[in-house]
Design a binder for this molecule. Structure first.
Ligand SMILES: [Zn+2]
Length: 332
């Protein structure tokens, strides 16, 4: 009798244990399905509601006749529209260009971003594992070599203006020893923080940082500005949304054409045009300041709608660079 009861008890315990395992497994599966569905939802189309902004009058600019711009494409990495902006397609493969912009100016030539340099293979190896694993890049000719072939040596460069210190914008700084790299105190503090994303700039020996301040007044809705040559031709404004050191550089040509080099405020033009923010996962991994990004997207959209002579250039959008000739050709 006793043994029959204990047999029954043991069978009941076995059934209960099985149920617990099944429920746990089922619960975990449901959790994974819900989490995956939730994550996929963060990639779906969602038009960004941007705040209302005022951009004011078009600031005067007196670019000298000798001023011109050229692009120096240095390579690209493969990505997808889905990873660039919400609503982008997974099957829409995009080549994220790494391009430097050369501004030739009688007071001194400037490079806005440098793209991939000679040591880009080493630079990619020191990036965080996750970024390294997902970066599939192809190399073109580094900016320093293109410049030398066109007769521009390091001595002929007054400064590099990085839109921010991520690897794909400053890898080429490694090839430009001694050339001043313009940063603000806030920008330098971000680099010195050694936070994720600053590994490459911090691996480059003896970067010749030259600090500047936003000593100028409001500019097209941005609160402060810095006029590099004092003639309104190259004006930097703070845009600390993508990273704390991010800036927008306005380049104003003698012809009246103006460019807004927006760095990674949006990865592709659609980010501005729709407008749409980057998918949550990307924003989260980068550590973006959403509010600041939304405000700056609103400013750039309003500026380019009100003043069509201003062309926005997201740093990785090949099509945005198409109107600018490849060095040594140039446009004024
Ligand atoms: Zn970036």
């Amino acid at each position: 009798m006793k043994s029959k009861i204990s047999e029954h008890e043991s069978a009941t315990t076995k059934i209960t244990a099985k149920r617990v395992v099944l429920w746990t497994f089922g619960g975990l599966l449901a959790l994974i399905v819900f989490a995956s569905a939730g994550l996929m939802l963060t990639f779906t189309a969602a038009k960004l509601k941007t705040p209302a902004v005022e951009v004011g009058e078009l600031p005067p600019a007196s670019p000298p006749v000798g001023m011109s711009v050229s692009i120096l494409p240095t390579g690209a990495y493969q990505s997808r529209a889905a990873l660039a902006f919400r609503g982008g397609s997974w099957s829409d493969i995009r080549q994220f260009t790494m391009t430097a912009l050369l501004v030739r100016h009688p007071k001194g030539n400037l490079l806005i971003d440098t793209g991939a340099g000679r040591n880009v293979d080493i630079h990619v190896k020191i990036m965080p594992a996750m970024m390294r694993a997902t970066t599939d890049y192809t190399k073109a000719i580094p900016a320093v070599i293109q410049l030398a072939a066109g007769g521009i040596s390091l001595r002929d460069l007054a400064a590099v203006i990085p839109t921010h210190a991520h690897w794909d914008h400053i890898s080429g700084v490694d090839d430009l020893p001694g050339v001043p790299v313009l940063v603000t105190a806030e920008g330098k503090a971000f680099i010195d923080s050694k936070k994720e994303g600053t590994e490459v700039i911090n691996s480059i020996p003896n970067v010749n940082y030259k600090q500047y301040t936003f000593d100028g007044g409001p500019y097209l809705g941005f609160p402060r500005s810095h006029d590099v040559w004092g003639d309104g031709s190259v004006v930097i404004v703070p845009a600390p949304g993508h990273t704390p050191d991010s800036v927008v550089v306005f380049v104003n040509l003698p012809s009246g054409t103006r460019y807004a080099m927006i760095g990674d405020l949006t990865f592709q033009l659609e980010g501005l045009e729709i407008p749409a923010e980057k998918p949550w996962m990307l924003r989260h991994l980068i550590g973006e300041n959403n509010e600041e990004v939304h405000k700056d997207i609103a400013l750039i959209r309003t500026i380019t709608q009100k003043y069509p002579q201003v062309h926005p250039i997201p740093a990785h959008d090949v099509s945005a660079f198409r109107s600018i000739p490849v060095f040594p050709a140039s446009t004024r």
